[in-house]
Design a protein around this ligand. Sequence first.
Ligand SMILES: C[S@@+](CC[C@H](N)C(=O)[O-])C[C@H]1O[C@@H](n2cnc3c(N)ncnc32)[C@H](O)[C@@H]1O
Length: 251
Amino acid sequence: MSTTITSQNRSSESAVQARENLYRLFKERPMKDDELLVNLAMFMRSGSLAKILFLNEMYQKIIDLPGIICEFGVWMGQSTITFENLRAVYEPYNYQRRIVGFDTFSGYTGIGDKDIPSEIISDGVYSVSQGYEHYLEELLDYHEKENVMAHIKKHSLIKGDASITCKDFIEHNPEVIVAMAYFDMALYEPTKNCLEAILPRLIKGSVLVFDELCHPNYPGETQAVFEVLQTRNHTIRRSKFLPDRSYIVIE
Ligand SMILES: C[S@@+](CC[C@H](N)C(=O)[O-])C[C@H]1O[C@@H](n2cnc3c(N)ncnc32)[C@H](O)[C@@H]1O
């Protein structure tokens, strides 16, 4: 499923075909595991590199703010782990910069009438293998242990419908300030509910990041943003690295 999702995106047919060559070169790589891990970028396409640069661009905006990072829609966890490592790079001693990832870990559920059903927007798309969240938790633990202040856990994965789990999380953590919220679920209902839940915990400078704003295939996300936020009171900018990713810095 992940291959279908990643290769269908906005790539031309010829690019998808050429990618088969990359898969072959990756499989046939004449290098050992430790060599692979220090040379991973050799296999990273420019689009994937742009995604990392975009996450870095967003992270840099919150360095002087207190608060946690919420990621709504984790999938495999690449962004979650990138945030963990950006924390280690930019603010290794900021043990309060918790990264909290919300996902069903069983993909999309309950597509509403404000969303457009498609090959991507269908129940179960983006599901991961059974128990994947435990694997991801272990991987996050590994990265944390490599970094300083390893004895303080600074990440959590919260499994379930984020419409419910986010509200619950906010209620049970009255100290939480949200420095950054990354909305990557594409759907109306959970985007709206999570935005409403975190709204009282935003401060001036908090960054709200949106993956599918203004995207004709995912109108639900835009509608949720317009309904919850007084959008004309906010400047919405787009990322320097990815043309379809937008963000609002709360003023
Ligand atoms: C596009 S993927 C996220 C990609 C991830 N942010 C990344 O950067 O790799 C969308 C994710 O949203 C999750 N999702 C969709 N609806 C959800 C809901 N109501 N509650 C929690 N997670 C949800 C799906 O399970 C899926 O993993």
